[in-house]
Write a protein that binds this ligand. Structure first.
Ligand code: BGC
Length: 376
């Protein structure tokens, strides 16, 4: 069996190689660390590129274009970009991937950079095709590593809007519930508040936790699941038109379905690690889904439009909640701190690895080699 270890490796980077047509050399600026990275680092998930035994981690990135190959039309050196994560499968019979919607891939043979089948972004230089790069305005740059996690919210909202289109009346002010006060939970609460929804975050941290305070600072309510169960939540806040789950804990998710209003939409975004089966009131769930026209759906971020929308949402959050949105990134660390960080996550909301400063692409004449990368 291959060696199972997470460490920083020195290797020749792609920075001095010629660029293929349509490709861009990127200097990685910041890369977020998330639960998926920790699961991969614990060898519960993920796979190395075919024919190799090493996966460079990282999929929540913001980068600066350094050099562009022939045929690159929109991206220019110095531009800030966010690389998307999922690449299409190669099967002709997959209508989703053939339509550029690999988020709906039907074969499961898609590739995800930093997760399964291709190297990720916790490294100094990356080469990527222009079509997988989403430009972001300089104002968003300091928070660019949040575009990928926020694209989960953007895709969830797109699915929600498609479902709400079935109700041929004015829905009034929606009531939204977010499960979990991690980065995706907090960003989703911001998204709901920005949409004008009355928003509650339900999470395990106590009522006086920093995250609860962060949630309240954007005008949402916070209810701690440590002291209030779902019935107490409903007594306090009523039932919800939309519930967005952002924890990946099935017990918590399925208990909270009881808080869904008639015609409500329950959206799952968490990806739980494999674990023993749990018991829950399946008859009650099925009865409510049918008799109350409720919808339960899962959604994975991967479409370009969700990334573009996430960049626009971040710009708006910087206007609406300038302090709170900056507080989502609680810690910035260096690349060589990553192996220890993946073993001992520590507290805070979102940790981001700072790899380089913006502006270096246009300042530098020569680029350092070899590149360093965090890989299990
Ligand atoms: C990423 C998604 C990915 C999913 C499953 C998440 O952390 O944000 O892009 O599809 O993990 O691999």
């Amino acid at each position: 069996m291959a060696e199972r270890v997470v460490r920083l490796v020195e290797e020749d980077g792609p920075d001095t190689l010629p660029l293929a047509r349509g490709h861009v050399l990127l200097r990685m600026l910041e890369v977020g660390v998330c639960g998926t990275d920790r699961e991969i680092a614990g060898f519960a998930y993920g796979s190395a590129p075919p024919g190799t035994d090493r996966l460079v981690l990282g999929h929540e990135a913001v980068a600066e274009a350094v050099r562009t190959g022939e045929g690159v039309e929109r991206v220019r050196p110095g531009d800030l970009v966010v690389p998307t994560v999922r690449r299409p499968c190669h099967r002709v019979e997959c209508p989703a991937c053939r339509a550029g919607r690999q988020d709906f891939c039907t074969t499961g043979e898609f590739i995800e950079r930093g997760i399964c089948g291709a190297g990720g972004f916790m490294t100094e230089f990356v080469v990527e095709e222009e079509r997988y790069l989403v430009p972001v305005p300089p104002a968003v740059g300091e928070l660019g590593a949040l575009v990928e996690p926020l694209s989960i919210t953007a895709k969830a909202f797109a699915q929600l809007d498609a479902i709400l289109a079935r109700l041929p009346w004015d829905h009034g002010r929606a009531r939204g519930l977010v499960l979990g006060a991690g980065p995706i939970g907090v960003l989703t609460a911001m998204g709901l508040v920005a949409r004008g929804a009355r928003t509650v975050v339900f999470s395990r941290e106590p009522d006086d936790d920093d995250r609860a305070q962060l949630v309240r600072s954007i005008g949402a309510d916070y209810v701690s699941s440590a002291s209030t169960d779902v019935h107490g939540l409903v007594r306090r806040a009523g039932r919800f038109d939309v519930i967005i789950e952002a924890v990946g804990v099935p017990e918590f998710a399925f208990q909270t379905v009881a808080a869904l209003a008639p015609n409500g939409v329950f959206i799952l975004t968490g990806v739980p690690a494999p674990r023993p089966a749990i018991g829950f009131d399946a008859a009650g769930l099925m009865r409510d889904l049918v008799l109350q026209n409720q919808v339960m759906l899962g959604t994975v971020n991967a479409d370009r439009e969700s990334y573009e929308q996430a960049a626009r949402m971040l710009e708006r959050f910087l206007v609406l909640f300038p302090d709170a949105v900056r507080r989502v990134i609680t810690r910035r660390v260096a690349l060589d701190e990553v192996p220890a960080l993946l073993r001992e996550p520590g507290g805070g909301v979102k940790t981001v690895i700072r790899i380089a400063e913006a502006g270096t692409a246009t300042r530098d004449e020569g680029l350092p080699a070899p590149g360093r990368a965090a890989a299990p």
